[in-house]
Write a protein that binds this ligand. Structure first.
Ligand SMILES: [Zn+2]
Length: 472
């Protein structure tokens, strides 16, 4: 802790110097008028675990690719709310989802375990009761817990409701005529406004108690946008951006409610994503079909009950399996058992001190391309990232038309990862192959072995088909 104390002292001195400069008019610091959170430093981050009044709001935006948010460098202003929360909190710049399919990705995000260990790889799989989920830890610690979700892959029968006192779909309201859902396969009723209304209702009842609230947004997945305020055109990719901008505003409405009720200064806001979206970069659109950068590089933003100025950026590789180890560590709550992910608190204090860490955290993403057809053989694909490299392995069935495929990208030379450098980087390839082999030999999860197998009833299957998934 000595290093952390020193970092806190140095950061405090820098913050004090900044305040003096600001008072003298040498710096101009812009805040939104409504946000009354006090200023904080690394010291306040370090001592967050001594507070007993901090709530957690977890906003999961389904299908949101990091490259499409302005705070991640996109040229369109798609995300003023995300940008503001990042600019007063922490943005994790190279953050990786553990799958490109919701259920597999969310099972890893919640448990801190890679997909190979959760075993939640195919459509009937779920997390067993013996899995320890963050909501159980929060509830045990006295938080009121609620989950509001609109994606059937995180429904309670797959084990995702564990620890939540309330775990429900919001009641859908009829959609206004000027709202349009571009994806023709998706027939989900209502909008994310229904989820925010339900969240605000929960806060009206329980906002004075300590709470953990999870809200799972679906409008970006649906390409739902407002035809009357479509800023970015009406081609497929532009509609995706319009949908992000609209969802950003809906999240802004929830955060405004927290500001108005004084809750934002008592709330740690966790903004995360299950997977991204492809737009034909490699001849594939959508998600849940491969694990390239387009569908696996996702945003992760932490916003504290106080404002950081400037906001911090963690530039090294981080992963969704690190989210709950980090949040539970920050709050001084018990850790999840035996995770593959780890607390990013060292990265946070390094960013606060302006010190760059080695980018040596391995990231793995994993998709079974046979997830929807349980009667067919497994067809896994994984990507292993280390530093600037991404090694993609697609394991085929062994038939002549479905061989194994290997690709290796170096984003320092090729930021869009279009040209494989498999032939020219044999040493990197050898190292990443070893990591891939070890990944497939991962130990059993803490609960013993394997996922549960869930029998989908007709209604559930219909709901998942309504999301555009091919459910047998
Ligand atoms: Zn999803």
């Amino acid at each position: 802790m000595n290093v952390i104390r020193w970092l806190a002292i140095i950061t405090g001195i820098v913050a004090l110097a900044a305040m003096i400069l600001y008072a003298l008019g040498y710096l101009s610091i812009q805040y939104t008028n409504a946000d009354s959170r006090p200023m904080g430093t690394a010291y306040e981050i370090d001592t967050l675990d001594r507070r007993d009044d901090v709530n957690v709001l977890f906003i999961l935006t389904d299908t949101l690719r990091s490259h499409r948010l302005s705070t991640y460098g996109y040229e369109r202003e798609t995300s003023p709310t995300f940008d503001y929360m990042a600019s007063t909190g922490i943005r994790f710049d190279r953050h990786l989802a553990q799958s490109s399919w919701t259920k597999c990705s969310m099972a890893s995000l919640w448990t801190g375990l890679y997909p190979q260990r959760t075993g939640v790889l195919r459509s009937p799989h779920g997390l067993p009761e013996d899995a320890v989920m963050p909501a159980e830890i929060f509830r045990e610690a006295g938080f009121r817990t609620a989950g509001i979700w609109r994606n059937g892959w995180v429904s309670p029968n797959f084990g995702f409701g564990q620890g939540f006192e309330v775990y429900e779909r919001p009641v859908p309201t009829p959609r206004a005529r000027h709202l349009r859902v571009e994806n023709p396969h998706i027939k989900l009723e209502g909008t994310d406004s229904d989820a925010v209304d339900a969240a605000i209702e929960f806060l009206r009842i329980h906002g004075r108690e300590r709470f953990f609230l999870y809200i799972h947004m679906m409008d970006v997945h649906q390409y739902l946008y407002d035809t009357e305020s479509a800023l970015f055109g009406t081609d497929y990719s532009g509609i995706y951006d319009n949908s992000i901008r609209r969802t950003d505003g809906i999240i802004g409405r929830l955060l405004t409610h927290l500001v108005d009720t004084g809750l934002l200064e008592k709330t740690l806001v966790v903004m995360a994503v299950d997977h991204g979206e492809a737009f034909g970069e490699r001849g594939i659109e959508g998600h849940a079909r491969e694990v390239f950068r387009e569908t696996t590089e996702v945003p992760f933003i932490l916003s504290f009950p106080f404002r950081l100025d400037p906001g911090l950026v963690v530039e090294t590789r981080t992963r969704n399996i690190d989210i709950w180890p980090t949040v539970l560590d920050l709050l001084g709550l018990p850790a999840l058992p035996d995770t593959d992910g780890r607390s990013l608190v060292p990265e946070i204090f390094s960013a606060a001190a302006g010190r760059k860490l080695d980018d040596d955290l391995v990231g793995v993403t994993h998709l079974d391309r046979g997830w929807g057809r349980i009667e067919n053989p497994s067809r896994p694909t994984i990507a292993v990232t280390l530093g600037d490299h991404r090694y993609v392995l697609q394991i085929g069935t062994g038939e002549p038309d479905d061989p194994n495929v290997e690709l290796l990208f170096d984003s320092s030379l090729d930021p869009l990862e279009r040209e494989s450098v498999l032939e020219t980087s044999p040493e990197v390839l050898a190292d990443l192959r070893v990591i891939a082999d070890e990944y497939f030999e991962s130990p059993d999860p803490p609960w013993g072995s394997g996922p549960t197998t869930v029998e989908l009833d007709d209604m559930e299957a219909a709901q998942l088909r309504a999301l555009g998934y091919a459910v047998p």
